[in-house]
Design a protein around this ligand. Structure first.
Ligand SMILES: [Zn+2]
Length: 110
């Protein structure tokens, strides 16, 4: 039995998820900072809203992008198993046909 999958097991996607969280957090901080500058300008007109407005808009966009982007689903078949190309049920690595939908499987590894 081939164990071509083993090298993938150590790969975790937390780095990618961290990036999304980082985007959300830094976007939120930027938006709040920009908002703070705009509000400050309302009470003490120093002209900082010229910087505050674009900063808060950029921050809001970063925050939204971080929220909207789908986090990659950490799906992985069990050892010696693979997912059916059609119904995504877990089937035998060597199976030619799916046991669930009985459709023929492709040979490609990825
Ligand atoms: Zn199937």
């Amino acid at each position: 039995m081939r164990r071509a999958n083993t090298h993938i097991r150590g790969y975790n996607q937390s780095g990618v998820i961290e990036m999304y969280r980082g985007l959300i957090v830094s976007g939120l901080i930027l938006a709040l900072f920009g908002l703070f500058l705009v509000i400050t300008d309302l009470y003490a007109p120093l002209g900082v809203s010229i910087f505050g407005l674009p900063i808060s808009i950029i921050g809001a966009i970063m925050f939204l992008v971080g929220l909207i982007r789908p986090e990659p689903a950490p799906i992985e078949p069990s050892p010696g198993k693979k997912f059916c190309w059609y119904c995504m049920e877990e089937i035998d690595q060597v199976a030619k046909d799916c046991a669930y939908c009985s459709l023929e499987q492709h040979n490609a590894r990825d």
